[in-house]
Each structure stands twice: as C-alpha cells, then as structure tokens.
Ligand binder design. Structure first.
Ligand code: GLN
Length: 195
C-alpha cells in the first residue's frame, strides 16, 4: 500500500490524513527528516505559509523535501502549501521550496471574502463541480508553459499541476468530497510504477 506523508508542522493536518485513509492510503505524519525516507508522496497542508516555511527549516526538513520532489516524488500543496511550492511570491524577495513554475499572490480574495465556498469544475476530476473551500486563499497569478491549469475562479488560477507537483488554492480536505485526494493517490501510484 502506498504511504503518503502529511507535513505535520502546522495547519490542517488531521483532515488531510483522514481523507487519505478514506481513499485507501497509509498515512505518515512527517515531522523529522527520516520520515521523508518512508513516503511515496507528500501533502503540504494549509496554514500560514511564513510559519510553515520557517518550521521546515527549523526541523531540517527543507532540503530533504526539495530533493525528494526534484527526484519525482508527487507533492500536493493546498492553500499555504501552494505558496510553499511556488517559485515566486508577489511582493516578496524570497520563495520557500520554489519547485513549481508559478508566481503566487497571497490573500488574494480581500477581507470581505476571508472564507467562502464555490463549486468549480476541475479538469482531470470527473463528474460534478468540486466544492472548493477558500480560507484567506492565495491564487496563481501566472504559470510556466509546462504547468497545466486545472481550475480557475474568475480570472484567477486556483488549481494546477506541473508533472509530479499538484497545487490548489482551496482546501479539499475541508469538504466531504474525496476526489482530489483520490486523484493525488493516483499520481502517487503512477510514480511508484516502473517505467
Ligand atoms: N493566507 C495564508 C498564507 O499566506 C494561507 C491560508 C491558508 O492556508 N488557509 O499562508
């Protein structure tokens, strides 16, 4: 059975772990560098990106996470996790993991829209629109040519994939819909097959 890690330094960890178990994955909560050796994929949850960025350095996870992603391990960043993956954060000179060819804007939806839900079609996800929960959400402002846009809200890109890297501005772990987690588990299964 595939083992998917959930970065366990801050944010919506338990909800991701529950969704992963419900789609048939084993779950490893990742807090120490050695945890990275036993996982086939990693979810970086929502929370506060500046805090998560500091903590992955403090816990000496930063290099190991980057290496595994560069080596092809599937990663799924949600909300703050999408910010962690981006190569550039608007208004900031520093990025975090910088493994996804995206430019992101934080807190893109304004104060009055701190949190809201929208049903959005997501390419790659069959069936009805997905219930997307946004909480002080970022969005992807622009993306490189090998990034596929999976969903938009108005003009804003809110879900995208670049090879083994998947990112959503919304929180799929906070709705009862398991399809995004099932999709990510399919990515993990694909990556563990021989070429
Ligand atoms: N606004 C947060 C940040 O910039 C992300 C919010 C979230 O993950 N729910 O890190």
């Amino acid at each position: 059975m595939e083992r998917v890690g959930v970065l366990n330094v801050q944010g919506a960890v338990r909800e991701h772990a529950d969704h992963l178990r419900r789609v048939g994955s084993e779950v490893v909560l990742v807090k120490h560098p050695e945890d990275l050796q036993v996982i086939d994929g990693l979810i970086i949850p929502g929370g506060e990106s500046t805090t998560i960025g500091k903590l992955i350095r403090k816990y000496e996870l930063y290099d190991g996470i980057r290496e595994r992603i560069e080596d092809g391990m599937p990663v799924f960043g949600t909300c703050a996790g999408l910010i962690l993956l981006a190569k550039k954060i608007e208004g900031s000179d520093e990025a975090h993991l910088a493994v996804m060819d995206t430019v992101v804007d934080r807190n893109s939806f304004g104060r009055q829209r701190e949190s809201f839900e929208a049903n959005l079609p997501i390419s790659e996800i069959d069936g009805e629109a997905f219930p997307c929960v946004f909480i002080r959400a970022p969005h992807i402002v622009s993306a490189g040519s090998d990034v596929s846009v999976l969903a938009t809200y108005g003009e804003k890109i809110v879900a995208a994939r670049q090879g083994n890297r998947l990112a959503t501005a919304f929180h799929p772990e906070l709705s009862d819909d398991l399809r995004m987690h099932a999709y990510f588990l399919d990515m993990v299964r694909g990556s563990s097959q021989p070429d």
